[in-house]
Design a protein around this ligand. Sequence first.
Ligand code: IPM
Ligand code: MN
Length: 353
Amino acid sequence: MSEVRVVSLPGDGIGPEVTEAMTHVLEAVASKYGHRLTVAEYAVGYHAFEECGTPLPDETLAAAVKGPAVFLGAVGDPRADGLTGDKRPEAALLRLRSELQCFANLRPAKVDQPLVTMSALKPEIASGCDMVIVRELTGGLYYGMPRGNDGTRAVNTLVYTASEVERVARVAFELAGRRRGHLTSVDKANVLEVSQLWRSIVSDLASEYPEVTLEHMLVDRAAMELVTYPARFDVILTENMFGDILSDEASAMCGSLGLLSSASVGGDVGLYEPVHGSAPDIAGRGIANPIGAIRSGAMMLSHSFGLQEEADAVEGAVTRVLADGLRTADLAGPNGKAVSTREFANAVAEAIA
Ligand code: IPM
Ligand code: MN
């Protein structure tokens, strides 16, 4: 028996709905495999700002750094549009990532065969695509100093140190070694000094991983190849902002942003979040796609608790429920029949039991 202790931060918008769905699936796993699941919930995001005047209350941060695993639903709210700096809901997420030192963000993007017609790409291009984007998560433009906006001039700073590049690159090389052995490092080395450093550090590491074939690709070309020849990618390694953008692009290949999961690793505590945002336009209606959240829960079982069989059981259950034809609204198409967030999660839980 294992203790599966989760710090749960449902957050804003559809965050609470998809978090509830993920928790329900974890309960099914715990009961089937005889683990003890405890879920402690804390406030984050706009909703925390309203309650406590800050999007990341001390109590939330203290619980998160204790871990061992943090699940985050989503942050962001249109009512926060007037807020700046560390009052913004997104600032809570950036601070959390940095405090947990989870510098490597793994974002798998795999086309589920039953959903191939939902892909924004032609089925023959999308079919069989299976990649993981390793996004550097605690450096780059989103953190660099100086930053600011005085109304007439604004500045952000892109900075990476060699050790920041090396540690995330090692995660990507190791992952590629366990997969198909192909690593694409994405940068903008024809223009940016930071990318030139990135490229040289990554190149120097390649000899330590002879089982991995390394290629470098400029980010603009990578954006194009992701929609023209996505099957060429196995593991993509890239810096923070490029990874943010390319992972949303990859979700269009899969059919919906609601499908993508992520694990942020590197520190003592793992942080797990669906890639989608808070989607305020559909919040509270029970129609959000919980698959990204449920798959993030599976990544948590595997990465934070070493429960690989259980993680595979969750993945397998999602695959079966999709093969059975269940679809949330984003995947049902205009004339298709859609089930609610809760119905989908119930079906996954039943498929595990
Ligand atoms: C993501 C999100 C966040 C990011 C935002 C909400 C700060 O877009 O996880 O991709 O940019 O990292
Ligand atoms: Mn993003």
